[in-house]
Design a protein around this ligand. Structure first.
Ligand code: SF4
Length: 632
């Protein structure tokens, strides 16, 4: 490792801007030993550590097959298209590296060919987008839509030709050997380093068992970057979900296919109509707003069991009718599989009563989702991952609370893991000022909004815009934006008015811009330099206590005799605050002010945990110091 990372090592010779960072070398050495000794390791690496090289180099040198899992596709692409080509210049032999994304990122060749013959495209825009895809399909090697810079992110045509498993007939497909998904699996089999994202990793882990190999080939170690996200992602994949939209899509796809492939019959049409009616009536029985815990199963069944049974019956009938189609086209296989999976999911949700799950409903747009999420992800992770793979490395800039890994270890079920805390290379006491206005009312007070708006305005005047104003709820973001947008003499951007990357690009390119956003901008956003000189957060980012998953997890801690506020809610909020403030200082020359409009952090005893978890910013509660900081 020293050969690479030392002051005059290979990296500094290969890269003119390479800076020697002792923390980076420590991290690389720790990962090298974890891989060699077959041990789990948790590394908190402060911003500026250079952690991607600190795990890629030991992973490559191990000679084993290592999965690198990132939180975002952006980081995945950065590793594959930037870091790996750079590292290749340091190695004589070609590096065996590939990346894998979820199937919906790739085109399905069969669907592209079908679309040329069958009337599935609507409108001029879809037709012209389709022409771009059709030409590209003939020359792309990967089939990854990220190559299609000209295709709008929201292009509706992509959904009609992507390689989701929903309509894939697998080995029965004529294109199977040329399929982009088959090619992706082949590349993975030939690779030592496979770069995935957490969603793909946990989708694989959820289906992988002793009999079924899963999507990823056998591997000997996993390195999770942005590992603070894995409890949430694992919870999604080890849980269960079924929605009204799945029913609508199944009916639509079956009906369209039956016409295209000439197996439509009056009986099948009737089955689809009845299934649609029953699904609509069934899903209308659930709360039609927000996320809500679902506790009244017995009562629900008492009142509605006939409708539920009829819905299940309709699904079974559809599966049977599809299986009886003469000379069935291969495209029928995935439809039957979908109907079965939906039946299983619905039966589990309605009947299993498994106490390890929290059951809840959620309305998102036109979708009504019935969800079951494991209350304790740690035991599932331990059983499915940590006891099966003997070297798992977790890294992120936010894993410790008040200097301790205990919270992360307990949430993820890590026992006896090695730990390493690498301090950031930045001089936070000089580069950043942390301001908490002492005079503001408690943010939960009714009249707080007026005072908060005034304070935001005052800070933005001092910073001359150049700020992210981050809110803990969409409602608060919209209300503040409405109050302030016309009052501020700066260009104001608002989350939701354009895709995230477009907004960030606009923010970078617009002098003195101010961005109003919520938690989705708290991570994975990197704006270096003066464009971002101030980060304002409206209040301590406690998760909503009435959220069904949070509530169930807090209740489980209480039942075990613990204190959920101190053991769960405070650590979770401390990590979120650290993550949000982490947007500000991204390089050794960045400087700026962090503002928290919630003085519970200084008034209440638990505030110490937040202070102890944040880097050593210079602290003030005097506005004058903020002005002075910006006037230097
Ligand atoms: S195997 Fe599946 S994804 Fe691949 S081309 Fe065929 S239908 Fe499409």
């Amino acid at each position: 490792m020293r050969h690479f990372f030392a002051r005059k090592g290979l990296l500094s010779q290969a890269h003119p801007n390479y800076e020697y960072r002792p923390g980076q070398l420590d991290m690389a050495l720790a990962i090298e030993s974890a891989l060699a000794d077959r041990r789990h390791l948790i590394v908190e690496a402060g911003t500026g550590t250079g952690k991607t090289l600190a795990y890629l180099i030991p992973a490559i040198l191990s000679g084993e097959r290592v999965i690198i899992s990132t939180g975002t596709k952006n980081l995945q692409e950065q590793l594959f298209f930037k870091d790996i080509p750079f590292l290749q210049t340091l190695f004589v032999d070609p590096l065996k590296v590939c990346y894998m994304k979820g199937r919906n990122n790739y085109a399905c060749r069969q669907k592209v060919y079908d679309a040329q013959r069958e009337p599935i495209l609507h409108g001029m825009e879809e037709l012209s987008d389709f022409r771009i895809i059709r030409d590209w399909e003939q020359q792309t090697e990967s089939g990854d839509r990220a190559e299609l810079a000209d295709l709008d992110e929201s292009a509706s045509v992509w959904h009609k030709i992507d390689a989701r498993s929903d309509l894939c007939s697998g080995q029965k497909c004529k294109q199977f050997d040329r399929c982009f998904i088959t090619a992706m699996h082949r590349r993975a089999l030939e690779s030592n380093i496979i770069i995935v994202n957490h969603h793909l990793f946990f989708a694989d882990l959820a289906v992988r068992d002793d009999a079924y190999q899963g999507i990823l080939p056998k591997y000997s170690a996993v390195i999770f970057d942005e590992a603070h996200e894995i409890e949430d992602v694992a919870g999604q994949y080890f849980g269960m979900s079924v929605s009204n939209l799945q029913f609508q899509e199944l009916i639509r796809d079956t009906s369209a296919l039956s016409r295209r492939k000439f197996f439509s019959t009056p009986d099948l049409d009737r089955t689809l109509i009845v299934l649609g009616d029953r699904a609509e009536s069934f899903f209308s029985l659930f709360p039609q707003e927000g996320r809500q815990a679902y506790r009244g199963r017995r009562e629900f069944l008492g009142n509605n069991e006939p409708l539920y049974r009829e819905l299940i019956f309709s699904l079974v009938l559809l599966s049977n009718e599809l299986q009886e189609v003469d000379d069935a086209p291969e495209d029928l296989v995935p439809l039957v599989r979908r109907a079965r999976l939906m039946q299983e999911a619905l039966e589990f949700w309605m009947e299993s009563g498994e106490r390890r799950y929290v059951y809840w409903t959620e309305r998102r747009g036109r979708g009504l989702y019935l969800q079951a999420t494991p209350i304790d992800v740690s035991s599932v992770l331990a059983e499915r991952l940590l006891e099966k793979v003997d070297c798992v490395v977790l890294t992120s800039a936010t894993l410790t609370v008040a200097g301790s890994f205990a919270y992360t270890e307990s949430r993820l079920g890590l026992k006896n893991a090695r730990t390493l805390l690498v301090e950031s290379q930045f001089d936070f006491s000089k580069q950043a000022l942390f301001y908490v206005p002492p005079h503001l009312p408690d943010p939960r007070d009714r009249d707080a909004a007026h005072h908060i708006a005034q304070e935001i305005e005052r800070v933005l005047e001092a910073s001359r815009g150049r700020a992210f104003v981050l809110f803990t709820s969409l409602a608060q973001m919209r209300a503040m934006h409405q109050t302030l947008a016309s009052r501020l003499p700066f260009p104001v951007l608002l989350q939701g008015t354009a895709p995230k990357t477009a907004l960030i690009d606009r923010f970078r390119a617009t002098p003195n811009a101010v961005l109003f956003a919520t938690s989705s901008f708290w991570q994975g956003v990197d704006v270096q330099g003066e464009a971002l000189s101030c980060v304002i957060i409206d209040k301590l980012p406690f998760a909503v206590p009435t959220d069904p998953v949070i509530e169930a997890r807090a209740e489980a801690i209480r039942e075990e005799g613990g204190n959920p506020f101190y053991e769960y809610q405070i650590p979770q909020a401390a990590l979120a605050l650290k993550q949000g403030f982490g947007r500000l200082i991204r390089s050794q020359t960045d400087r700026g002010v962090l503002v928290l409009l919630d003085n519970r952090i200084t008034r209440l005893r638990y505030g110490k945990v937040f202070f102890d978890s944040l880097p050593a910013y210079r602290f003030t509660n005097r506005f004058r110091e903020v002005e002075d900081f910006f006037n230097v």
